[in-house]
Design a binder for this molecule. Structure first.
Ligand SMILES: NC(=O)C1=CN([C@@H]2O[C@H](COP(=O)(O)OP(=O)(O)OC[C@H]3O[C@@H](n4cnc5c(N)ncnc54)[C@H](OP(=O)(O)O)[C@@H]3O)[C@@H](O)[C@H]2O)C=CC1
Ligand SMILES: CC(C)=CCC[C@@H](C)[C@H]1CC=C2C3=C(CC[C@@]21C)[C@@]1(C)CC[C@H](O)C(C)(C)[C@@H]1CC3
Length: 792
């Protein structure tokens, strides 16, 4: 922000709050507090996560217009590229470089200014100012912004259409004393990532970082910004000190001098402390600040009884239904029992009044969105899987486990106790021809993935603000592979070869995954910080080799991780299943495959086809966004998936399983229920993350988080915290049940999946708790079970 844009009153202390907002004739958009230095990444996040979904909701028919001024962050290359990529959905209107026109949002800043000023006495801290700005933005009446648009001369002359969205930044400044609290003071400290305050004791203040070190009652020590601390009296009463404030507009305004009328200047310095305003202010603060009750002594601060944390109904999506002030997002804050004072204004209702017993209150509003700070890849300190020692054993154990599984599965007696004393010789485990076939398969799938069919989509924004492009053609690859395999079999290719050489196929895949991991590890030496995975950069060779140092290793446009996750292993698994089906018919002299084998083939074909149909959704998953590509995923994708996921069909090839009609129906039903839960939960979450305003999701209740994202807290996501895992596990159970109860070996996939998903859930829980703080705690309170309702 250029100094010329701000009008500071005094130099001592103070700071500024930056707000980004957008509006059109139809509706106000969300007001977004930019919590970090405004960078291209921050702005790209705003555009992708806020502006884009809002635009899609307000103008669902496309061909709409978006206008912003020429601020540097608006015009940087990555941002322009993003807009170019989306130019089919909407066009960005250029802002004439020497335009004397104000961005229409600026008129709303004036409205905001008046509203905030009328509550001036309250704004003692940056947090106060931020809260007031956000709340005031939401309170701009509909007629104000509509009148503004309708009064624009360009509109009257037909130069600009109604379907245009304007956006801009506002910077407001507040002055504060430098050190408000002394060591030993008892104050109210905000719990990071939330809007909840707890009693804390100030330990010290650092003049350098301007941070207070405080200790919570449970002993947690944290560093808090001045804005996150309130005095006990101020907290209870909400009375304020005087402050002075100045503001600046969009960063683009650096070159344009802003002429302010003398009237405005005098208005600025006048005091606005009438009783009415105080009352208004009191209301606002009472909605905002809520002392929380502790559940027990020494409890973790997040686990408290928050009678006040709001659960938000997503129904604000239907903005056309609203009568007044139809902002797309409204402030969601905690509130005390003083509901009567404010309920009319803020539309707060007790959930009990709606006949539900939840300890939450419901608001017909979305939260004002706070922007998450983009992550930097620093050294990985939080080691998973038991750290270096854990991954060392996993490195050795995983390949051996698969080998043991295959040996047992292929035996007549598959009981664990009949594991052969003599291990297969190295000679019998290796076949160059098999190795060649495996390489050819990989090459074939790589070629298919590069075919210029299917759409190209953007992945999620990376740390540097860029997005990678992905060709989504997995489903076509499956169809082409099916035709190729079918043609091969028709022309006499004996797929029984796969059954008889299954171990050799495994060792080939194992070797390839090891070689690939070594290649990935070596090439990651040259990976820039931006390209590194948050989870695989501990500095320990074994650990980083296992986890993968590079996030999205690519050879030109070929994304190695995305390819391996979805193609050779998954499609290969289906080919193996088909080979086992043919082998079963041959070994057991059957004219048609057994019902168990048909079910397994059918279910798994459907699951893989479904995964490839929804291939794009993988782009938002932990594996792509967080995990590096190292041995774990290379081995997982190329060896683990095709050789352990086949455990039922490989087992059935040599172990007949007679299923009664009852069992067949029960198993089909179980698979169908599992699939429904799995797919619905995943699709709902994906759609919600892509567009929180999606009208089809308006019935969902959500919990706002301080990052701007909300958590779905009703429907399947209100049933258990990981309904998608539950669905997946139900399907896995159905697949295993086809093999009967003679041996545990066909249940290997089910056992693996439960272990993996329970562990994954714990990893995810850890990350979500870090990301969402108390909002996550609230979600856990509202939805106590993780995967299995009533059990876990
Ligand atoms: N068969 C197999 O071997 C495996 C299958 N899978 C399947 O893949 C699928 C995806 O799994 P995975 O990526 O692990 O997990 P999820 O798809 O459940 O993703 C977890 C993320 O979802 C977001 N989230 C969590 N709770 C909520 C909520 N209430 N509302 C909105 N967003 C929420 C959070 O991210 P944020 O808030 O940042 O968006 C969280 O980090 C699952 O169906 C799983 O069963 C996974 C692993 C192995
Ligand atoms: C023990 C070990 C080596 C673990 C590696 C784990 C991997 C095998 C799995 C981690 C997440 C996976 C997913 C799929 C396959 C298995 C791995 C790679 C998946 C691509 C299968 C198809 C689904 O539709 C899916 C896209 C939901 C799924 C995503 C996760």
């Amino acid at each position: 922000m250029a100094p010329g844009c701000t009008m500071r009153r005094r130099q001592a202390g103070g700071g500024s709050v930056m707000l980004w907002a957008m509006f059109c004739w139809e509706s106000l958009g969300p007001g977004i507090h930019v919590d970090v230095t405004l960078t291209r990444t921050t702005y790209l996040n705003i555009v992708a996560d806020q502006e884009h979904p809002f635009m899609a909701t307000v103008f669902p028919n496309g061909s709409d217009l978006f206008q912003q001024d020429n601020a540097p962050c608006h015009t940087v290359k990555v941002v322009q590229e993003w807009f170019e990529e989306h130019d089919k959905e909407f066009k960005v209107l250029t802002w004439p470089p020497i335009s004397s026109d104000l961005n229409p949002v600026e008129h709303l800043w004036d409205v905001l200014d008046k509203q905030v000023r009328s509550m001036e006495a309250s704004s003692r801290t940056l947090q106060d100012l931020k809260d007031l700005l956000l709340m005031s933005w939401c309170q701009i009446p509909r007629h104000t912004f509509r009148d503004l648009v309708e009064s624009m001369p360009q509109l009257a002359r037909g130069y600009i259409p109604f379907y245009i969205l304007w956006a801009n930044f506002l910077q407001e400044q507040v002055e504060m004393p430098v050190v408000r609290f002394q060591a030993g003071d008892t104050v109210m400290g905000r719990w990071p990532g939330s809007n909840l305050y707890y009693e804390v004791k100030v330990l010290s203040h650092s003049p350098k970082s301007q941070l207070y070190t405080v200790v919570y009652k449970d002993g947690t020590e944290l560093e808090l910004k001045d804005a996150d601390i309130k005095s006990m009296t101020g907290f209870r009463q909400g009375s304020g000190r005087s402050r002075s404030r100045s503001r600046s507009r969009s960063p683009a305004r650096t070159r344009r001098s802003r002429s302010r009328s003398p009237a405005r200047t005098s208005r600025r310095s006048s005091s606005h402390t009438t009783e009415t305003r105080r009352d208004k202010l009191k209301d606002v603060l009472e909605v905002r600040l809520t002392p929380v009750t502790r559940r027990g002594s020494g409890a973790y601060p997040g686990i408290t009884e928050h009678k006040t944390m709001p659960l938000v109904n997503n129904s604000n999506n239907e903005h056309e239904k609203k009568e007044e002030n139809d902002t797309a997002n409204k402030v969601v804050e905690v509130k005390e029992e003083t509901e009567n004072q404010v309920s009319g204004r803020y539309n707060l209702r007790r959930r009990k009044e709606q006949g539900e017993e939840r300890p939450f209150e419901l608001k017909d509003a979305e939260p004002v969105v706070f922007l998450a700070t983009p992550q930097q890849t620093s050294k990985t300190t939080d080691l998973e899987f038991g750290g270096r020692i854990g991954v060392f054993f996993l490195l050795l154990l995983l390949p051996v486990v698969v080998l043991a599984l295959l040996i047992l599965c292929g035996q007549k007696d598959s009981s664990l106790l009949s594991f052969p004393r003599m291990l297969p010789t190295l000679d019998s485990l290796w076949d160059w021809q098999v190795f060649g076939i495996t390489l050819l398969w990989l090459l074939f799938q790589a070629v298919l993935s590069l075919l210029p069919i299917g759409k190209v989509v953007n992945g999620m924004p990376l740390k540097n603000g860029k997005t990678l492009k992905y060709r989504i053609n997995g489903f076509y690859a499956l169809l082409i592979s099916a035709v190729a395999v079918g043609a091969g079999v028709y022309n006499g290719v004996d797929l029984g070869y796969i059954h008889t050489h299954f171990l050799q196929f495994y060792t080939s895949a194992l070797l390839i995954s090891i070689l690939l991991s070594i290649y990935l590890f070596v090439r990651s030496r040259w990976a820039s910080d931006d390209d590194r995975a948050p989870a695989g950069n501990s500095g320990y060779v074994i650990y980083d080799f296992f986890m993968g140092r590079e996030l999205n290793p690519r050879i030109k446009n070929f994304d190695i991780k995305f390819f391996c996750e979805m193609r050779p292993g998954l499609i290969g698994w289906l080919v193996f299943n088909f080979a086992m089906l043919l082998a079963e018919m041959k070994l057991q002299n059957l004219d048609t495959p057994s019902s168990a084998m048909l079910l397994v083939n059918g279910f798994q074909l459907f699951w893989v086809a479904d995964g490839l149909w929804h291939e794009e959704k993988l782009l938002t998953m932990m594996d792509i966004l967080h995990d590096g590509f190292g041995f774990m995923l290379a081995f997982g994708d190329l060896a683990w998936v095709p050789f352990t996921f086949t455990c039922q069909s490989y087992y059935l090839a040599s172990h007949p399983s007679d299923l009664s009609v009852f069992w067949i129906v029960a198993i089909i039903l179980m698979n169908a229920i599992g699939y429904y839960i799995f797919r619905k939960a995943n699709s709902q979450k994906f759609a919600f993350r892509r567009n929180p305003f999606d009208p089809t999701l308006s019935h969902l209740k959500t919990i706002p988080t301080a990052t701007g994202k909300s958590l779905i807290a009703s429907g399947l996501w209100g049933f258990v915290r990981h309904p998608n895992y539950l669905g997946d596990i139900l399907m896995a159970l159905a697949w295993s049940l086809t093999c009967g109860f003679n041996h545990v070996i066909p249940y290997f996939y089910l056992i693996y999946l439960i272990i993996l998903l329970v562990h994954r859930e714990a990893r995810d829980e850890h990350q979500c708790r870090k990301k969402y703080g108390l909002a996550w705690e609230k979600y856990c309170e509202a939805v106590p079970y993780r995967i299995f309702p009533g059990v876990y």
